[in-house]
Design a protein around this ligand. Sequence first.
Ligand code: C2E
Ligand code: CA
Ligand code: CA
Length: 531
Amino acid sequence: MERKMTPQELTGCFDEALEKGYILVYYQPQINHSTGRMVGAEALMRFKHPEFGIQYPNDFIPVFEENGLIVRADLNVFEQVCRFQKKCLQEGLSPVPISANMSRHDILESDYVDRLEEIRKKYDIPVDFLRIEITESSAIAGMDVMTNAIDKLHAYGYLVEMDDFGSGYSSLNVLKDLDIDMIKLDMRFLSGDVGGRGGTIISSVVQMSKWLETPVIAEGVETSSQADYMRSIGCNYIQGYLYSKPVPEAEFVEKLKILDHSPETPLTRFEDSSDAGRFWDPESIETLIFSNFVGPAAIFTYTNGHASIMRVNQKYAKEVCGGAKVSEILNTDPWDGMTDNGRAEYEDAIKRAIETGEETECDCWREIHSDCCGDDKICVRSNIRVIGKAGEQYLFYAMVRNVTAEKKRFDDYRQAERLFRAAFDQVDMYAWEYIFKTHEMHPCFRCMRELGLPPVIKNYPAPVFESGLFPMDYRDMYYEWLKDLEEGAESREGIIPLTVGRIPFHVRYTTEFDENGKPLKAYGSATLVTE
Ligand code: C2E
Ligand code: CA
Ligand code: CA
């Protein structure tokens, strides 16, 4: 009767299973979604009991991990993979690289990698046809343990894949610290909102430049819309039910026969590549990851004055493109809508970023059009950084922020200040503002013109006493006023003799409060006492 076996049954028959071949390997093809070629496969363990039928890893692997048998089971799978590759080679069926899983228990076995290598040698398989997947969760064993294993695998020539990337919170850190050749990004972990996951933008961007050289396989891809999406962001390598479930060896051989799998030039790194179409494989995946936990971001290329947007995330479309479709954004010239000045500043930031290798910043006004709100002008702050280079072409990562509101507030403020200063030219009055927070005084134009005051007086009122504009004998009173006003008094006024001529002026202060009733500034004025 076919049924799920109990842990006792699984453990009890393990030796028999190895001996009689109950442990089987299923193969799941990895496909280049753009070309339809098979680029590799993953070996997945199955346990087929003569009486209870097929058992699945999620059921029996935890049992074997618990009792330590997983190490022998994994070595057995690896040996079966080698045997299979040998058979392919002997039968003239050109093999694809096959990845075997290395569990975190295997990693703890100090001679595990040597044992893999012994098996490989026994079957005399070129190491290029074998790859090792290690999971992020192995980091639990300690980063040094993991690093050792990876170094050893590399020393023997194996490519190492990071399995289940995106499943754990430590993804970013683990990736940064480990010398991984390929990332397996599981769609099942990425669906839904992972927006809450941490990592500051800055450190992520720094890390990203490392990631750029690491190609990605998307696994768990079930629908063509998922695959198309992955392709649209530059990830072509797909493993999942969409193309094929894991299949028994015989079925896999059939696939090998019909599916083109002649080796493609894989995994071109941007640095070495002049082929603009291909460099996307490795890095664009960051857009996917990043779109889940950073703000508006774009990736663009820059070649001798010509810029082209390659990737943007949804937040970018929403915040700086008035909600335009991503595909539309990709088809527009990034300089469109920028003022000449804005463009010059942006190019300047680009050049500085190229020269220094550092992040640079610029604010730039653009015109945007949206269906709901028509045309509008927005100011976009971009922080940009070079993340790759191919010949004359530079690849940039840009984090952007709509700072229009901030800018407008500032402009409004400047405008109000101009009005304020000009208004007092029309009446017989000197006027100024005193800002509590900064202790700055901003005089009107008349003050500036007739009293020779600068546009801003810092550390007010000390300078006006030093200059003799205000008489020293009024100093204490005047300081007292300003203190009262700063503490919430609504007004102060009195007669003060000004200038060395001690001409009596009526000096008045009125406080302005913010929306919480906190004193912001005081408007000061002085009018000549006439009678
Ligand atoms: P994994 O290494 O992440 O393997 C991928 C799993 O996702 C496989 O489950 C595969 O059948 C499944 N899968 C593939 N495409 C799709 C898809 O489109 N949709 C969905 N929902 N699932 C998909 P499987 O074979 O049941 O293996 C489960 C896990 O068991 C593996 O996850 C791996 O962690 C472990 N495992 C499998 N074989 C071995 C092995 O030989 N050694 C060790 N240590 N662990 C293994
Ligand atoms: Ca795996
Ligand atoms: Ca996986």
